[in-house]
Design a protein around this ligand. Structure first.
Ligand SMILES: [Zn+2]
Length: 432
């Protein structure tokens, strides 16, 4: 009778001779690698179970495994530790030489009874599906070169993935975290799939400083108080549908960069969540993202698209109070430049003499004229208009229509920018 862990199609990978298998309470036999730690509740039911092992026995076991792992690595074979029970703490860095890339590693259903430390390990593809981490799991600075699978993995201790690099898709579907998880400054080049399929699993997770280059999926998760997205950057679609987010989970310093048309509903969902908690600022941020996604669907030659773009550029859809003021300043100066050209063309001799003699007052005249169009719009069209300087008089005489039209355009745009400024101030400080 071979090791009971295997099946006919997928027999135990360790090929332990039958006379060295451990006989279980029910008469079945199991190899020392697949020998469980205790019963389903974690309670040892027999002397021979790993939970009852002494430190010397654990060390001997680990030494044995080190030899096996090194042989796998030397042969560049699939590192197959499927179903193995590690009785004590393991520091994977001790098992392999540094800078070794593990081409394919399988830790499916592997049981780590103590701490599991994979800091700095470089995996090509790796599988940890249904692995159980009873103690702390540490993957600091671990490189997951290709896809990695942590579906249904159970983390009973704290999980640390800080500074890890996930270059392919990372799948954590239905993974369970009992003690919190740290992903600080981790980078994800592929999709981060963190959803639950049928039920919610709650988690306290720190994603501060993370960079998600592709989509993220948090569907059906429950993000508890203490979860952080400080300075997290989302370059892909952020899917938080049906995700319960505690009121103190802060997105204020997170950056959302993706504005593909298909992300509109994802932002609408986030906006609604912010509405529920009356977070006006974040609500505005997600509303702006929604509008940017919507803009992608509009015809490039439509007025709607142009206005949408203008509103975004000048006030980020009403959430920036600084942008309209900056644009207003720029418009006033730009217009002053155009008026200077017109004044010069109308009377080059007068302009040159006046300008060279007293450039400071001439500059003041041009800028004052420009500001006048902002503060007293359209008065230049009135018959009673009195220019503040003779050079304006000359320009009005030479180019009556051009100068008036230019002034009118400036007035209109200024009016729009002042309105955008007032709307953003009102929106920001309005009582809920
Ligand atoms: Zn076995």
């Amino acid at each position: 009778m071979p090791c009971k862990y295997g099946t006919d199609e997928d027999p135990c990978q360790f090929e332990v001779p039958e006379d060295r298998l451990v006989v279980m309470e029910d008469g079945s036999k199991v190899c020392v690698f697949h020998l469980p730690a205790g019963n389903a509740l974690g309670n040892p039911v027999s002397r021979m179970r790993k939970a009852q092992w002494t430190q010397a026995e654990i060390d001997e076991f680990n030494q044995h495994l080190i030899e096996i792992i090194q042989a796998y690595v030397a042969e560049e074979a699939i590192l197959n530790l499927k179903g193995v029970t590690f009785p004590g703490d393991i520091y994977f860095g001790r098992f392999i030489e540094s800078k070794t890339v593990l081409r394919r590693a399988s830790f499916e259903k592997t049981f780590f009874a103590g701490k599991a430390n994979f800091d700095g390990t470089h995996f090509y593809t790796s599988r940890f599906d249904s692995a159980v981490f009873r103690g702390e799991a540490s993957f600091r600075k671990t490189i997951f070169e290709q896809s990695c699978e942590f579906s249904r993995a159970v983390f009973d201790g704290f999980a640390d993935f800080s500074n890890a690099r996930f270059s392919g898709n990372s799948v954590f579907t239905d993974s369970r975290f009992s003690r919190g998880a740290l992903w600080e400054d981790a980078t994800f080049s592929g999709a981060f799939i963190f959803h639950c399929i049928n039920r919610e699993f709650s988690i306290v997770a720190d994603f501060s400083g993370c960079r998600f280059d592709s989509s993220v999926c948090f569907r059906n998760r429950r993000l508890l108080s203490g979860t952080s997205f400080a300075d997290t950057v989302f370059f892909g679609l952020p899917d938080f549908f049906d995700c319960a987010i505690h009121a103190d989970v802060d997105f204020s310093t997170a950056k959302f960069k993706y504005s593909g048309a298909e992300a509109r509903l994802a932002y609408e969902e986030l906006r609604r969540k912010m509405e529920d908690r009356r977070d006006r600022v974040q609500q505005g941020v997600f509303h702006a993202m929604e509008k940017r996604c919507e803009r992608r669907t509009l015809h490039w030659l439509s007025f709607e698209k142009l206005f949408s773009w203008l509103y975004d550029a000048t006030s980020a859809y009403g959430i920036s109070t600084v942008r309209p003021l900056v644009w207003l300043g720029a418009l006033t100066l730009f217009s002053a430049g155009v008026y200077t050209k017109l004044f010069h063309a109308a009377d080059p001799e007068l302009f040159t003499t006046v300008w060279i003699n007293d450039w400071a007052s001439s500059l003041a005249v041009v800028v004052s004229f420009s500001i006048e169009q902002m503060l007293q719009p359209f008065t230049i069209w009135s018959g009673k208009y009195q220019p503040i300087d003779s050079i304006i008089h000359s320009a009005l005489f030479e180019y009556p229509l051009v100068l008036r039209l230019m002034a009118a355009i400036q007035s209109l745009f200024s009016f729009g920018l002042i309105a955008a400024f007032l709307i953003s101030v009102r929106w920001r400080f309005r009582r809920a």
